[in-house]
Ligand binder design. Sequence first.
Ligand SMILES: [Zn+2]
Ligand SMILES: [Zn+2]
Length: 271
Amino acid sequence: MFTDTHNHTSHFSSDARMTAKELIDACKAMEMNGVTVTEHYEGDYPHDIGVPQIFDIPEYFEAFKSWEEYAGAFPIYKGIELGYQKHLPEFYDEMVAKYPFDSVIMSNHLFDGKDPYFFRDCYEKDMISVYTQYIEEMAEMVEKCNNFDIVGHYDYINRYAPYEKPQIKYSQCPEAFDRFLSAIISKDKCLEINTRSIDKMRKKGLNDCLPDKEILSRYFELGGRNISLGSDSHASDTLCIHFREAAEYLRSFGFTEASYYVARKRFSEPL
Ligand SMILES: [Zn+2]
Ligand SMILES: [Zn+2]
C-alpha cells in the first residue's frame, strides 16, 4: 500500500468530517504505509463562510502529539495545505519556516479572487480561457513560493466546471502547462495526482477522469519524476481512493515511484 499525502480532519479543517482517530483507525485497517494530515490554511480567504479558514498552528502541533500517541507505530506526518494568493508568498515562506512541518502543499483554490467551490460564475467564460488563466496562476504560484514541497491539485478548476467535457488538458494551453511543469521541475517540487479530482469526475458520470495523458507525458519528457498520490480525503471512506488505478496509469508513462515528505525531506515508495 501507499502513503496518502493529502488529508483533512475535522479538528482544523472546517469542511472535513473525520476525526484524527477515525483517520488513523481507517489507515491501520487498510494497512497503509503512512498518512499525512494537511489541514487547510487559507490566508486572507476572501469569503465569509461563517468559519475561519486558518487555524492556530501551535495548537495543531499540540494536538498532533496526542494523535501520534494514538497512532503508535503507524506513521502520521504533520502537514499543511496553503491557499495561494498573489500577496502571500513571503508570508507563507516565513510562516512555514517557524514550525516543524513534515510536508507542505501549495494549492490554489481561487479564480479571479473567488473559490469556484462556492461561486460558479467564473465558468461563464469559455473553458480554454478559464483553464489557461488558472494554469498561468499555478505557474506563478510555483515560481513565487519557495518554502513548500507539493503542488496540490492542478486540476482544481475542472472539479466544479459545468462544461460538457470539463477535463483539463495539455492541448488546451500548452504554453501555460510548459511554464507550470518547468517551474515544478526546476524548483525540485512535487506534482500531486489528486485522486479526489478523479473521484469527482467519475461521480459526475464522466469517462475521461484520469489526469490527461499529455500532461503526464510532457512532465516526464521535461524531466519530471517527482509525483505524489493524495486522496484529499475529508472523510475516512475515501482514503487512498483510486490509488491502485492511478499508480498503474502512472507506471504506463514510466513513473516508478510516488513521493511523500518527512521533516521536509523527500522519500519515495514504488508505484
Ligand atoms: Zn485543496
Ligand atoms: Zn485538500
